[in-house]
Design a protein around this ligand. Structure first.
Ligand code: GLN
Length: 470
């Protein structure tokens, strides 16, 4: 497991080649197949790409990500490859085009090695909802790696790729990053193009990187951030030089601690680890203040009303007629729709479609959907007020460390509560990063979350980089 920095140094010294780096990852993927982290692997294409990058390195035309090998969550389109979204309904669906993020990574000379396993349509917190089997946590295979981007987190930590991409609608990058002891960045809504990302809840979805170091996170983010005419929600805000912000200095930085995120639900070992890091920031000149986010207790309810409403509408397109799985031997169109959807979708996805349809239905819309929108606004305002006083917030990423497989599968509410500290950033559209923050008594990683104002990723990366070496 080597960071991109180390690989780049080896490439410059001539002790390795991009092709050799790629074949090393392919070997690990083969050895660790039982973890079920990847749903497809592209050995020939990746090695071919590696060779091309080696030529470019020789003639001095290589892009900023030359030497980096990446896994992409299987909800992001890669031309001519399957995009299953972890669902049976898209089992044999082949993408017709590259997502913008994939185009940008290729243009920067990253090698794409495969597609990562995930909860079906990114709905879940454990990767147990994948139609292709759960992903195992390498240090304890009876446990789950978080979700929904569990495959992307495991790929990086298990040495199957240098970095990876995930998607985060309510915590799906940050929570698995925390459970797996890697860094995961969920950017500001609109900072990274969603063109080619299969939609779950369109006003929440964002794409972001997983990496071993802050520097690697920043390197990938630098390439994928920025306006894209193909995504009308992508922002026309200039992209700063993120790497130059990694100054290892937090003097004068105003850090807020939202007391609502340190309540009873939080495991005490996690609390202690986070508090230790807060002390480190304080003793290095950061100004720590307590702040209030008074509507925090409504976060999960608002998220699960609004996200399921959007999902029920987005997933209406999988009807057996246009995409993926179609039930044969049916008598009429309506039977074809019903059977294709009933057999093609898994339990959790069906639950969400039903919930979402219900909250949008006549007679219930005002009580649920409209109310949810109002609460979303209040949560956004909480953050706006907080960021008038502080530059960033520090919280735990998740109330617990990696839980056991099966533990929460029969109790959806318990599963939903594992997103208690992450969904607020998606409701508000703000960026968040999860970084490793020690381990609990069982040796399971703990995650610390840093939240910032819209387009405040530079600050998140600066703090993450500082804490990485303390
Ligand atoms: N676990 C949350 C959900 O199931 C978040 C998922 C995500 O961010 N894609 O909706």
């Amino acid at each position: 497991m080597k960071s991109f920095d180390v690989l780049r140094a080896e490439l410059s010294a001539g002790t390795t080649t991009c092709e050799r780096i790629t074949s090393g990852y392919l070997r690990t993927i083969e050895e660790k197949k039982h973890l079920n982290a990847l749903l497809s692997v592209f050995p020939e294409k990746a090695l071919e790409q590696g060779k091309i990058v080696d030529k470019k390195l020789q003639n001095g035309t290589a892009g900023p990500l030359a030497g980096m090998v990446m896994a992409i969550k299987d909800v992001i389109c890669i031309k001519d490859e399957r995009v299953t979204c972890g669902s049976k309904i898209l089992e044999n669906f082949i993408s017709l085009y590259d997502a913008t993020v994939v185009q940008r990574l290729r243009a920067a000379d990253a090698v794409i090695i495969g597609k990562a396993n995930m909860d079906e349509f990114a709905m879940g917190s454990s990767t147990e909802n994948s139609a292709y089997g759960r992903v195992k946590l390498p240090q304890d295979e009876t446990r789950i790696p978080g979700g929904s981007s569990g495959g992307s987190a495991v790929a990086v930590r298990a040495g199957m790729s240098t970095t990876s991409l995930g998607s985060d609608t309510g915590g799906s990058i940050r929570q698995p990053a925390a459970f797996r002891g890697v860094i995961g960045l969920k950017p500001t809504y609109g900072r990274v193009s969603r063109y080619g990302l299969v939609a779950y809840a369109s006003s929440f979805d964002s794409i972001g990187p997983f990496a071993l170091t802050t520097k690697d996170t920043a390197s990938v983010f630098q390439v994928i951030a920025g306006h894209d005419p193909n995504d009308s929600t992508s922002a026309e805000v200039p992209v700063p030089d993120y790497l130059s912000q990694l100054t290892k200095d937090v003097k004068g930085l105003r850090v807020g601690i939202p007391k609502e995120y340190f309540g009873e639900a939080l495991n005490s070992e996690i609390r202690q680890s986070i508090e230790k890091k807060i002390d480190v920031l304080r003793s290095n000149g950061a100004i720590i203040t307590e702040v209030n986010l008074p509507h925090t207790e409504y976060t999960i309810a608002a998220y699960y009303i609004l996200a399921t409403a959007e999902a029920s509408s987005n997933l209406a397109r999988y009807d057996g007629a246009r995409y993926g799985y179609r039930k044969e031997d049916v008598h009429d169109l309506s039977e074809m729709y019903i059977k294709s959807r009933s057999e093609g979708f898994g339990t959790e996805v069906k639950r969400r479609i039903m919930l979402g349809t219900y909250v949008l239905s006549a007679g219930y819309y005002d009580a649920y959907y409209r109310k949810g929108q109002k609460v979303r606004r209040l949560i956004q305002e909480d953050f706006t007020k907080a960021f008038e006083k502080v530059d960033c917030l520090i919280t735990p990423t998740s109330p617990s460390t990696a839980f056991k497989a099966g533990e929460k599968m029969n109790d959806p509410l318990q599963m939903y509560l594992s997103d208690i500290y992450t969904t607020s950033a998606n409701l508000a559209g703000i960026p968040g990063i999860s970084i490793p923050c020690g381990e609990d008594h069982q040796g399971l990683p703990i995650g610390l979350q840093i939240l910032g104002p819209h387009f405040g990723e530079s600050t998140l990366l600066r703090v993450a980089d500082f804490l990485e070496t303390t």
